[in-house]
Structure formats: C-alpha cells, structure tokens
Design a protein around this ligand. Structure first.
Ligand code: ADP
Ligand code: ASP
Ligand code: MG
Length: 812
C-alpha cells in the first residue's frame, strides 16, 4: 500500500484535481492507495480571516464566507453530477455559516473554535474529490480522519496519541477493499471528542501518521514544485531539486523554513524507515526528491539552504549572569511555561549574555515573561531589561557531512560579508548538521542567492551591473556585453547581467536583467533620471555582486562612489575625476574599498583600454619599484600634433579632433594639459606617491589668450587669432627634424607635463594617430623600459577597458 498526499495548489482548481485523479489512478492500478488531501489552496487562510472578522463583529466576514461557499460549489459542479455530493457540500457550507454567525454573536474565537472553523477546508475538499473519482467510475471511498487520529486538546497544534491512533488506523484499513480511500489531512479528534488540527501545513503530517501506522512501502507528498530544492525556488532562481536527502537533513531544512515539508512529518516515517518522495503534480515525470536513510549526496557537504522569516532576537545580559549556573535553565523554563518556542540560542563564551531567537509574534510575551522571572536581578541592576530586536530572519546551511569539512562557516560568513549582509547572531547546532545566522529580513533574498552561488553553482558567478552613462563609450560597452554574454557564461561561468542603466534623461531597472537587445527602447521609456534615486534603487534592490559602472565625465557622479562602496557595491569608473581629485578623497575611496570588500577599478582612466594601471599594480605587487615613467597619454593631443603640420591651421585640426570624438567635450581640458596631468597624477598615486594635482608642473603651450577664453566657441576663436603662435611651434620643430609630442613624466616624486619637441631617437617620435605609449623604468627594468603602446582613445577600446575591469571583479 502507498500513501499519497496532495497539497492546496494540487487541489487548487477543478483542472488540477483532474491531474490528481490521473496520478492516483495510475498508482491504484498496482496497489491500494490512501489519498490525503489539503483544503483547496487559500481556503484555510480565508476561513481564518472570516473567523477573525466575525469575532470582531465585522460583517465583512459574510462576503468572505460567500466566496468560500462559491468556490466549493463551483468545484463540485465542475467535478461531479452527483446531487448527493452537491447537497453534502451545501450542508457543510450551511454548518460553516452557522459557526461564523456564532462567532459573530459571541465575539470570540478560541483555539478550539479555530479548529472547528479551519476543519471545513479539508472536510469539504475531501468530499468533493472523492465524488470526482466516483464520477469517472474509479472506485473510491471517503473516510473522515477525525475517526482515525486521536490527539490531546492543544488546539491549533495538537499532539498525536500514537498508540491508539496506530491501532485505530490499522483496524480500519484491515478491512478496506476499495482501491482508493480519500482522507482529509490536517484534522483529527481530541480526547474530549472535539475537532482538533495538527498545525498549519499539517496535511503532510496526517499522511505520515497513516503511512507509519500501516508501515507502507512509500509515502508520496505531491506539491507544486519538483521536490525539495537546494533553496526555496521561489526566491532562488538557480535552485535545483535534491535527488536524495537523509531524513535528518530534510528535517533540518524543514525546521529552518523549507515549507515544502511540514517539520513533524519526518519523524513517523523515519521511525519505520519508510521512504518519502516529494513529487510535482504539475510535472509528474520529474524525478523529485527521495528522503530516506541514505543521504547519497555527491561531493557537496551542503544539502540545502533555508530560512525562517519574522524572527525576533531577545538578548538577556548583565554582570549578574556570569558564573551563575541555572540562569539558562530558568530562562528556558520560563519560556516553556508560556509556550514560546525557542528557535535559536547563542551564548557568549563570557556567559555575560544569552541571545534567543523566537517568532516575532511571541516576542512581547517572551520579553514580559523573562522580565517577570528575573525581576529581582533587574531591580538590583545585575541583569539589564531584555533587549528585543525585530524584523530579522534566520538563514541556515544544512548538510549531514558538514562536520567532516573544514571552513564551511568561514566561507559562509565571508560570502555574507562580501555582500554587506550584517550578521546579528550565529548558531551551530550541536549535531553540526546546520550552521545558522540571524540577519535582517531585507537581506534574505540576497543572502540566500549569494550562499547558493557559493555552495551550489559550480563556481558559476553572477555579476549585476548598474551602468550610468550610455553615450558613445557606454553604448559600446552595452553592445560588447550583449555580444559576449553567452561566451562568458560558457567559458568563464560568469553570468553578466545589466540590471540598471541611466543616461542624463532617463533611467530604467529590471531586477531579472535588462534585455540587451532592446535596451535603448527600454531606457527611452524609463523614468526620469536622477543620480540619487539611481543610487537608492541600486541599494534597495539589494542584489548580490552589484557593480556600479560610471561611464560619465560628471563630477557629481564621481563624488557618489563612497556611498556605493559603503554598501559593498563595487565601482568601475572610466570617469577620472574621483581618482584625480584630492589625495584625501582618493585615499578615502581606497580605504572604503578595502573596508567594505568592494573593488574600485579605473583602468580606463589612463590609456583607455591599454592595461597600464593593471601592469603598474602587478609590478608593485611583485615587489618591483618604479623609478621613472615617461609617457604620451593623450590620444587627443597626439591626434592634434600628428595632423598639425607646417602650413595647416591649428584651429581646423582641433576642430576635426573634437568632431571625431578624440577630445573631451571641452577641448581645453585636453589642450591645457589638465587631462594629461590628471593621468600622470593617477599613475603617480598608484605607484605610491602622495601628490596633488597642483604638484604636477604644467608648462602650457597655449597662449594666455587661449587659456582665458570664456567658453568653447570663444576658445576656438582665440585659436584662430593666435594662429602664428602655433605655426612657430611647429616650424621650429620641423626645422630641427623634430616632432611635437605632449609628454608626461614622473621621476622620483616629481611629475610634469608639457609639449616637447622630440628627435628621431625618441621612442615617442614614431607614435601614430591617437596612440598612447607608457615607458615604465623600474628596478627590474632599469635601462630598457617596460613599454605599453597602442590606441589610447576611442569608444570601442575604452569600452573594452571597462569590460576588462568588470571581468576582473570575478572571484576565483
Ligand atoms: P502544499 O500546498 O503542496 O503543501 P506548500 O506551499 O506547503 O505546498 O509547499 C510548497 C512550497 O514550499 C513551494 O512552492 C516553495 O515555495 C516552498 N519551499 C520553500 N523552501 C523550499 C525548498 N527548499 N524546496 C522546495 N520548495 C520550497
Ligand atoms: N490546509 C492546511 C493549511 O493550509 C493544512 C495543509 O494544507 O497542509 O495549513
Ligand atoms: Mg504544505
């Protein structure tokens, strides 16, 4: 014989009930089955809600009741032609109505009445499902579980008297001839003859009790997911069903919130060594989960991650607790006396404080009870009043083989820390089958996903990008990401997603990742852009491995990095304002990056896509020391001076450079040397020097007239006015066989930038187009410098530099 249990969703519509019938019928061809059913999905909640309304004298209960009645009568009509069944359901609904009227009149809803009330869900569903079988000429009978399961009088969560219950069940099924017996889950009868229930979600338990009594071959729990998953599949997309899991592990997972199985369900089947299968009514072919004595896991010592929400943490502390044995005993006795369940306990090794996690709804009662017990100690200030913290959740890693593996808790806490999840308390079960941590409820989804990634996803990693600035460079970056997404997934196991984008006009967010094939349209239809709200959205989305990418040249954006880093959000910037701002700000960003374990990357600040900063960092990390840097770092100035020959117009060349996108929107930033000064400043700082922009010697080649221009168009006019100045510069150089190059230099702690006329022997002489070149002289490269050379400007190469920084964020 076999027991099959179907949950609320499985019987949640007449169509679904047909699926249930198909599954049961297939089983019943081979052996007799007992089918335990839940109430129709959502009905138990509605019954409770109606009861509460009625008890508060609120007539709104009537419309809720009508809804419940309507659902059941509609289902009955859809499933059977039987008049008797229809009348039976009508009678049940009349009884329910009378009960609600009674509650309305006496303004009272005791636990005993609650049980009477909620029993209507299962009582009705089991009647109409039995009729649905019979309608299809499948032999099925109905049996009320209240005649089989005996409990105490702890209403709403009664304890089962196993001995009598087993005897009654065995006696009843001994004579059953019908292939299918349909039974309501959840309900039972108390020793005083009243209807009792086994606790919310208790139909699973009903099925397990019957399975154990009859020592059946298997118990099958049919639900709306394909098994017990490595994490709640509704919260963790990547979660996978666990094929095999031990009773103990399943018990631990369900105790810590894996709702797919009601925790008390396992004990009865474990005792009889009956395998428990979790199956999906909507995908009956899926393998599902087998819960048995064997864990049969592959190599992962972690089986699953679960969580319990709505937890409150109560802390009892004070000098009076030290060395006084019995404090914990008194505490536990106190809570047990008021029926408060302790979910988690941690005690500081100093014995100075003890922390307990309880359901939020129990917090106030627990606090009052504890303070009454310890009233004397509190009065003489030996113990402080109980501190209550709310809005917390517990997350737990579960696995039987965890105890033989080192470093799991280390991995767990570093993963949470990396994602800025603050841990309030930690507990490891004495059995070492779980490690649990108390965190803020708002962090649960992020915590579950980052832990799942760390422990289950085979080194697969997700990076979630928030990109500000999608003009030329940003646009290319989007295109490159779209093109490479699949490659990264397959080859680097990197799942690169863009969650938010903004330009100066609009911004758009999509928690599951923006469809990159139509980001322009999505952005255009987005909300109004706002830097602060952008940042707030990034923070409140609270997604693991978040990265802020600044592809603007905006000062305000540059000043917001600290706020991102403080929330452990990595920053990748092509904007060089932050790194070239004050030394104080630069150091603060570096400090925050370290403190919050969030990378701060800005390779494209110097030489666009060329790996200049990365090389410099590697030289230093490997113990080398920089003695001198010589560089041509301005693609724009290089373009200008490569195209400016004697006889041509300097004004026209600059205008062309601007038109082709080789200069900053304000070309004075390039031509005044400020841009190059910022770059050498950044290199100097990365090489370990503490310099400010003012410390860089900048010898201008522009005229005073150019430098004092009021705006960009005025600047262009002054270039025309001073054409002869530029003509002299170039003709003097040409006369010597030289070329003009804008050179940056760092030697010792002195840095300078300026136009130089270089001879043919110089490595800079041959530099083409918009190329950059950097010569690193170091202790290991004293004579022949390490040279990096290549295109140092342009949308595509800059975007690919950003892309490299993003990929560098991957953790191995
Ligand atoms: P039923 O009504 O069939 O008893 P439940 O809603 O009680 O179904 O339980 C199934 C639900 O449990 C799933 O839809 C899922 O949201 C939730 N759940 C939580 N944790 C897990 C987990 N680790 N594996 C599978 N489901 C889980
Ligand atoms: N119907 C009950 C509940 O919703 C029992 C169950 O579905 O398991 O809690
Ligand atoms: Mg359930």
């Amino acid at each position: 014989m076999r027991i099959l249990k179907f949950g609320g969703t499985s019987v949640g519509s007449p169509e679904n009930i047909q699926k249930v019938i198909a599954v049961v019928n297939a089983r019943a061809q081979k052996e007799n089955v007992a089918v335990v059913v839940s109430a129709v999905g959502g009905i138990t909640n509605k019954l409770l809600q109606a009861g509460h309304l009625a008890s508060k004298n609120d007539t709104a209960y009537i419309s809720l009741f009508e809804e419940i009645k309507e659902t059941h009568l509609t289902y009955t009509k859809a499933l059977t032609q039987s008049k008797e069944t229809y009348t039976q359901v009508e009678i049940l609904m009349n009884d329910l109505e009378a009960l609600l009227q009674g509650i309305f009149l006496i303004h009272e809803l005791s636990p005993k009445t609650i049980d009477k009330l909620t029993s209507f869900g299962e009582r009705t569903s089991s009647v109409l499902i039995t009729a649905a079988f019979q309608e299809q000429n499948i032999p099925a009978q109905h049996k009320d579980t209240r005649d089989l399961i005996l409990t105490d009088t702890k209403h709403t969560k009664a304890s089962v008297y196993y001995e009598q219950t087993h005897t009654t069940i065995q006696a009843y099924f001994k004579d059953v001839q019908t292939a299918i017996t349909v039974l309501p889950g959840f309900i039972a009868r108390s020793e005083t003859g009243e209807t009792s229930t086994l606790g919310r979600g208790g139909s699973d338990f009903t099925a397990a009790i019957i399975a154990a009594a009859l020592k059946v071959d298997a118990l099958e729990i049919w639900t709306d997911v394909s098994g017990m998953y490595s994490a709640n599949p509704k919260l963790v997309k990547q979660a996978q069903p666990i094929a095999h899991i031990s009773y103990h592990e399943a018990m631990e997972l369900s105790h810590f919130g894996a709702k797919v199985l009601y925790p008390p369900t396992i004990a009865p089947v474990m005792q009889e060594n009956i395998p428990l299968y979790i199956k999906n009514t909507f995908d009956p072919e899926a393998i599902g989960t087998c819960i048995s004595n064997e864990a049969n896991g592959k190599n992962n010592p972690i089986k699953g991650i679960s969580h319990i929400s709505d937890i409150a943490l109560l802390t009892l502390e004070g000098a009076g607790m030290i060395g006084i044995s019995g404090t914990s005993k008194r505490l536990f006795e106190t809570l047990s006396a008021v029926d408060v369940n302790i979910i988690l306990i941690t005690q500081a090794s100093s014995e100075h404080s003890i922390c307990i996690g309880v359901a939020q709804e129990d917090a106030q009662q627990a606090k009052e009870a504890i303070e009454t017990t310890f009233a004397y100690e509190i009065a003489i200030h030996k113990i402080d009043p109980v501190i209550v913290e709310q809005d917390l959740s517990i997350i737990a890693l579960v696995g039987e083989r965890m105890k033989s593996h080192q470093g799991i808790s280390g991995k767990m806490f570093s993963t949470l820390g990396k994602n800025n999840v603050n841990i309030r308390a930690i507990a490891q079960g004495a059995s070492e089958k779980n490690i649990s941590a108390v965190i803020a409820s708002k962090d649960v989804k992020k915590a579950l996903n980052s832990l799942h990634e760390r422990f289950f996803e085979d080194q697969r990693q997700q990076l979630n990008l928030f990109i500000m600035g999608v003009g030329n460079v940003g646009g290319r970056l989007m295109a490159q990401i779209e093109q490479q997404q699949q490659y990264l997934l397959e080859n680097l196991k990197l799942n690169l997603r863009v969650i938010g984008i903004s330009n100066s006009r609009t911004m758009v967010f999509e928690e599951e990742g923006i469809d990159l094939s139509k980001w322009q349209a999505l952005l255009a239809a987005g909300e109004k852009a706002d830097g602060i709200r952008f940042r707030e959205s990034v923070q409140s989305l609270n997604i693991r491995n978040s990265v802020f990418v600044d592809v603007t040249a905006n000062e305000e954006v540059a000043m917001s990095y600290a706020q991102y880093l403080r929330h452990s959000i990595a920053v990748v910037a092509c904007n060089k304002i932050a790194c070239a701002s004050t030394m104080e700000n630069y150091s603060e960003l570096k400090r925050l990056s370290k403190k919050y374990n969030a990378s701060f990357m800005f390779e494209t600040n110097v030489g666009a896509g060329l790996p200049i900063i990365d090389t410099l960092k590697n030289l230093i990390a490997s113990g080398d020391r920089i003695t001198k840097i010589q560089a041509v770092l301005s693609g724009s100035l290089n373009f200008v001076f490569n195209n400016f020959t004697s006889g041509s117009s300097f004004h026209d060349v600059v205008q062309q450079a601007k038109a082709e996108g080789y200069t900053e929107p304000d070309p004075r930033i390039d031509l005044s040397g400020v841009d190059v000064a910022r770059k050498i400043l950044i290199l100097a700082r990365e090489a370990g020097l503490q310099l400010e922009l003012e410390d860089i010697t900048n010898t201008p080649f522009l005229t005073q007239n150019n430098l004092e221009s009021t705006d960009v168009s005025h600047f262009f006019e002054t270039l025309k006015e001073d054409a002869s100045h530029f003509e002299t510069l170039v003709s003097d150089a040409t006369a010597k066989g030289h070329r003009l190059k804008y050179v940056a230099q760092l030697e010792g702690d002195k840095a300078s930038v300026g136009l130089q006329s270089v001879s043919e022997e110089s490595p800079f002489y041959q530099l083409e187009g918009k190329d950059n070149i950097v010569l690193f002289y170091t202790e290991r490269y004293p004579d022949q410098p390490l040279i990096i050379k290549g295109a140092g400007a342009g949308g595509d190469v800059t975007a690919s530099g950003l892309f490299s920084d993003i990929i560098r964020l991957r953790q191995y």
